[in-house]
Design a protein around this ligand. Structure first.
Ligand code: ATP
Length: 323
């Protein structure tokens, strides 16, 4: 393999730049040429592809977002779109790809291989941490830290006004961000899609807390929770328990932004490095993962199955400590 391409795809996540930097420099150090593909599959279809040198990735390790931009492409979901993308890759002499993205991006890469034989290795770039086979995805740690910082600020105002804040966090249909950030900021309750949500139980807990003179509270709700989200939880609480001044905060896209944490920068560097090393040694249709101290290569079809479990031990801890 002489020339590889690198792209970011799907939702952006802090640490993607650190991964791009690592992949580019690892490729160059191993005698490969590297091309950057802008805006994911969209840029692949449009031929928005440029050579990258080491200096092109200077001073980006600390920056959020992605210098290569990211996009979602409906055209790539069609065989015609993928043929255009493959033609462009062939025109540029690109023989292998590093894809930094989520499950959809990996699905796309698998189809591209089936139809056109183009080999891709993935690095998990998503704040949601919902890819199987890796303890953590690039951007997850930073997103959790962003939530914690925001909730700490809400606590100050909650405590001053006897308020109950219902805070909705991202995660799509997974509760990883909610559980970890909820423990880190001492939330009184954490509602996640992976476990049933009993609003009656929540109200009972809040009542008990109030009777123990706990006059401010934080409830973290994952956006995919069966309650329907923070507004629905707030309505139910207001109807049944009127002691608190109930407020809703939807943290939204601030969770995707910001400078990556040191943890995410190191993880992204490891993954970018391992992705290129993997391509060189003939691996493809696999995602780089970290399990404990080990870097592993997880087949795409396993990684994207959406069967990664929440840590039961952490769920237990959250339940015990919030009483
Ligand atoms: P995130 O987890 O942040 O949403 P993602 O990689 O899952 O990231 P998607 O929007 O699902 O984001 O996928 C990115 C792109 O991958 C899509 O816009 C589309 O071009 C391509 N893609 C997704 N699924 C498929 C598929 N089944 N076949 C072909 N291409 C696909």
């Amino acid at each position: 393999m002489k020339r590889i391409g690198i792209f970011t795809s799907g939702g952006d996540a802090p640490g993607m730049n650190a991964c791009i930097r690592a992949a580019v420099r690892t490729a160059l150090a191993n005698g490969l040429e590297v091309y950057g593909i802008y805006r994911g599959y969209l840029g692949m279809i449009e031929g928005d592809i440029v050579p990258l040198q080491s200096s092109d990735v200077s001073n980006i390790i600390q920056r959020g977002g992605t210098i290569l931009k990211t996009a979602r492409s409906d055209e790539f979901r069609t065989p015609e779109g993928r043929s255009k993308a493959a033609e462009n890759l062939k025109k540029f002499g690109i023989e292998g790809l590093v894809c930094i993205g989520g499950d959809g991006s990996f699905k796309g890469a698998s189809v591209l291989y089936e139809e056109h034989g183009i080999k891709t290795i993935g690095a998990p770039g998503t704040i949601d941490n919902d890819l199987y086979g890796t303890d953590s995805t690039i951007g997850y740690d930073t997103a959790v830290n962003t939530v914690v910082e925001a909730v700490d600020k809400l606590r100050d105002t909650a405590a001053s006004h006897n308020r109950l804040f219902i805070v909705e966090v991202m995660g799509r249909d997974a509760g990883f961000i909610a559980l970890r950030s909820g423990i880190a900021c001492g939330a009184e309750a954490i509602l996640v899609p992976e476990t049933p949500t009993y609003i009656d139980g929540l109200i009972q807990k809040l009542r008990e807390g109030w009777s123990r003179k706990k006059h401010s509270s934080i409830v973290i709700v994952a956006e995919g929770d069966e309650s329907g989200g923070a507004y629905q939880v707030a309505d139910a609480v207001k109807k049944n328990f009127d002691k608190y001044d109930v407020r809703v905060t939807i943290l939204g896209h601030i969770q995707r932004g910001g400078s990556p944490s040191a943890y995410d920068r190191v993880l992204a560097s490891e993954m970018g490095y391992a992705a290129v090393k993997g391509l060189i040694s003939g691996k493809y249709n696999v995602m780089v993962g970290r399990q404990g101290r080990e870097i592993v290569y997880v087949p795409f079809e396993k990684a994207i199955k959406h069967n990664k479990e929440l840590n039961k031990y952490l769920l237990e801890i959250a339940e015990t400590l919030s009483r």
